[in-house]
Every structure is written in structure tokens, then in C-alpha cells.
Design a protein around this ligand. Structure first.
Ligand code: TRH
Length: 380
């Protein structure tokens, strides 16, 4: 089949940054590595601009990193559909756009890009077709994932080399700390902290304050920073502010542009991440991580958490695996946190080696953008 070069990606920003974080990363990679004319439709350009500060939220149409960015307004003006249409995370496409797809002689390839899960059923549903009930259109389900039988993970072509270069370059690391206004504390464990404000922050901060080694915790500006300041009775934790308690120094950072956030993950000894995209980026950082999963109704997320924990820990040494599972459970509100930190801290050297092996193994799989392009050439 001839190369399909024109792609439309539709993204609604639900309540956080993960949806646009994934779509923006995917669109950029399609444009820069696969010669795709990517058009990204987004309903909330203000949230988008947090990740990409060069973006002007006032513009209905603009170009950035080779991607055409369009405001997806409530009143959608009919437009000629692309050859490949990505509906990200089951966002509903505008009816006028669906009708326009159905009116094409050569029908566009319609893909619903799903959320990431390590559960086994994902392999069975990946690439399944779903015929439209009324129109001559078929939608395909495309699942990212951690195994060969899934769509893989987003990973730019130069990502691993760039990470390795950064992690082996003390000057580049020092420069990034200076850029962030962070004063390195000799011998300290450096942690980045991104989580939902519902996380059990108070017992974690208490454990860190009582740590035998100093801890510097970097907190990008999100509602969690405010929750931390409240838990410590400190008023605020704004960018540039710091709060000290015992062995712990907390430092407020601005919400970083997406590439700068990668550097932060690469530079820290341990990263607390959440949702989907920061969770994946922390794995590519090849550093230990603590995952705060996006909470869903009916506690559906606990099965997702368990599935990933089991997969991630399969090859990890047993004591490290146990320490990790206990802290992740506690951080996600499934058990008490107080006792979980010391064992996790003791397992950090082992978890660091494991994170390196995990990232190296994952990097052998084809990445999500490449798999989508391949699928667009031959969906059957
Ligand atoms: O913001 P999130 O909680 O997004 C979530 C999840 O994607 C979840 O699956 C989805 O259902 C829900 O949104 C609606 O977490 P996530 O996925 O890590 O996305 C955060 C994005 O923000 C990611 O692209 C990294 C980026 N980021 C920065 O660019 N700079 C920063 O300083 C920080 C903290 C994050």
C-alpha cells in the first residue's frame, strides 16, 4: 500500500497533562522521524502550553516542531480528513469529521490509540478492528505496551543516546542544576516528585526528614506542591522556594517544558511519577521510580498497578522487588506508608541496576510511532 503521509491526531485534555503529553510527543516524532504531515487537534491549548511554552494558546492554527497545531473548538468547521486519523484515548471525533471520512472514496485509516497497561489482555485486543455500526468505516484499537505483541512505547530515535550522553557528562548535569537554580548538596539523595495531591505525602515527608542521609526533593509546580506546603505548615512551595525539615530539603521548581523534564528525570537518583507519560519517561531515564497511578472508578487501576509491578519486578532481586511493591502499594493508598520507605531506600542500589536492565530490555522493542507507521501501511 502507498505510504499514507497525512495524519490527523485528535486529543482532548481530560483533567491533566498525560493525554496531550502523549499526543504531542507522538506528533513530533511522526513529523521529525517518519516524514509525516501531522496535524494535531487539541481542545485545550492552555494546558498544552505548559508542556510546550513556545506555543501561543491564542492562535487557532500554528506550526511547532514540524507539526500543524489546530484548536479543536466546540463548533468544529468541516475539514478534509487526513489519510490516517488517530483518536487518542477514545476521545469522540466530531461528527462532521466522521461523515467526511465516510464520504472519501479511499477511506482513512481510523485508529483509537488506547491508554497504556501492562495487563495481559492488552495483547489480545491490540490491532482489533471495530466496524462502524452505520457507516462504511472501521476503527482499529491500538494498544501501547511492554511486550512484542503490543504497540510498544513512545521512544524517540535519539532518546537513549541523549540520556547516556547526559548521564555521563558531569558538566551537562551541573549546567542543568544551575539552570533550575538547584544547589547540589554533597552526598544527598536527589529525588523528583510528581504525583496526584491525594498521595500520602505527610508520612513520606516524615520518613525523609528522619533519613540517615540527606535528601533533596525537587517538586515541579503542580497542586502537589501546595499539598506539601500545607502538610508542613509552610504556606507555599513556589518555584525557587525551599523548605527544610531534618535531613530533608524540598525545592520548588517551575512546571518544566517537556524536554527539560526529561533532563530532570535523567539527573535525579529517584523519580516519583504518575499517570502515563511521566511514568514511561521515568523508565527511559533508567533510574528507580515510584509510580502514582491515575485513580479510576471502581478501583480498576489497582489491577493495572499490580500487573505492572509484577512485570517490572519479574527479573528484580527478591528483596528489592518486595521493597518496591510495598512502597508502591502504600504510595497508592493501598497500605500504610510509614514502614515502607527505609526498606525501599536500602534497596536503591539494587533498584538502580534493575532500572538500567529494564530500560535496556525495553529499548529492544520497536517504538510506538514506528509501529503505528508500519500498521498504517498494512493494517491487515
Ligand atoms: O498529568 P497526568 O496525571 O496525566 C494523566 C494520565 O495520562 C492518565 O493516564 C490520564 O487518564 C489522565 O491524565 C487524564 O500524568 P502524565 O501522564 O505523566 O502526564 C504528565 C505530562 O506532563 C508528561 O508529558 C510529562 C509532563 N511534564 C512536564 O512536561 N513538565 C513537568 O514539570 C512535569 C511535572 C510533567
Amino acid at each position: 500500500m502507498a505510504r499514507r503521509k497525512r495524519w490527523d491526531i485528535f486529543c482532548t485534555v481530560v483533567d491533566n497533562y498525560g493525554d496531550i503529553g502523549v499526543c504531542w510527543r507522538l506528533a513530533r516524532q511522526l513529523a521529525s522521524e517518519h516524514d509525516v504531515q501531522a496535524r494535531l487537534w487539541v481542545d485545550d491549548l492552555i494546558s498544552f502550553a505548559k508542556l510546550a511554552p513556545e506555543l501561543d494558546p491564542a492562535q487557532d492554527r500554528q506550526f511547532l516542531c514540524g507539526v500543524e497545531i489546530r484548536r479543536w473548538a466546540a463548533s468544529f468547521v468541516a475539514t478534509a480528513p487526513a489519510e490516517v486519523v488517530i483518536e487518542a484515548f477514545a476521545c469522540d471525533l466530531p461528527q462532521a469529521y466522521i461523515d467526511a471520512m465516510a464520504a472519501q472514496t479511499e477511506k482513512p485509516l481510523w485508529i483509537n490509540l488506547e491508554y497504556l497497561s501492562a495487563e495481559n489482555w492488552v495483547e489480545d485486543r491490540h490491532r482489533l478492528p471495530s466496524p462502524h455500526p452505520q457507516l462504511a468505516l472501521t476503527k482499529y484499537f491500538f494498544f501501547p505496551g511492554f511486550t512484542e505483541k503490543t504497540g510498544g512505547l513512545l521512544r524517540e530515535a535519539g532518546l537513549i543516546a541523549a540520556r547516556d550522553a547526559f548521564q555521563n557528562d558531569a558538566q551537562a548535569q551541573a549546567a542543568s542544576w544551575r539552570k533550575l537554580g538547584v544547589e547540589p548538596v554533597p552526598g544527598a539523595l536527589i529525588i523528583s516528585l510528581f504525583a496526584y495531591p491525594s498521595a500520602p505525602i505527610a508520612p513520606l515527608l516524615a520518613a525523609w526528614a528522619a533519613s540517615p542521609t540527606p535528601i533533596v526533593c525537587l517538586v515541579p509546580e503542580t497542586p502537589l506542591a501546595a499539598a506539601i506546603a500545607t502538610a508542613l505548615g509552610a504556606g507555599t512551595l513556589k518555584p525557587g522556594q525551599s523548605i527544610a525539615r531534618g535531613q530533608l530539603t524540598l525545592v520548588g521548581l517551575p512546571f518544566l517544558a517537556q524536554p527539560d523534564y526529561d533532563w530532570l528525570l535523567w539527573a535525579c537518583d529517584l523519580n516519583f511519577v504518575r499517570g502515563e507519560d511521566s511514568f514511561v519517561r521515568a523508565q527511559w531515564a533508567a533510574k528507580p521510580l515510584v509510580w502514582h497511578i491515575y485513580p479510576q472508578h471502581d478501583a480498576v487501576h489497582t489491577a493495572k498497578l499490580e500487573a505492572f509491578t509484577a512485570r517490572y519486578c519479574l527479573e528484580a532481586p527478591a528483596p528489592a522487588a518486595q521493597a518496591l511493591a510495598e512502597l508502591w502499594q502504600a504510595w497508592n493508598g493501598l497500605s500504610k506508608l510509614a514502614a515502607a520507605w527505609p526498606a525501599f531506600a536500602a534497596a536503591l542500589p539494587s533498584l538502580t541496576r534493575h532500572a538500567q536492565c529494564w530500560a535496556a530490555d525495553l529499548a529492544h522493542q520497536p517504538d510506538l510511532a514506528t509501529q503505528l507507521v508500519k500498521f498504517s501501511q498494512n493494517p491487515l
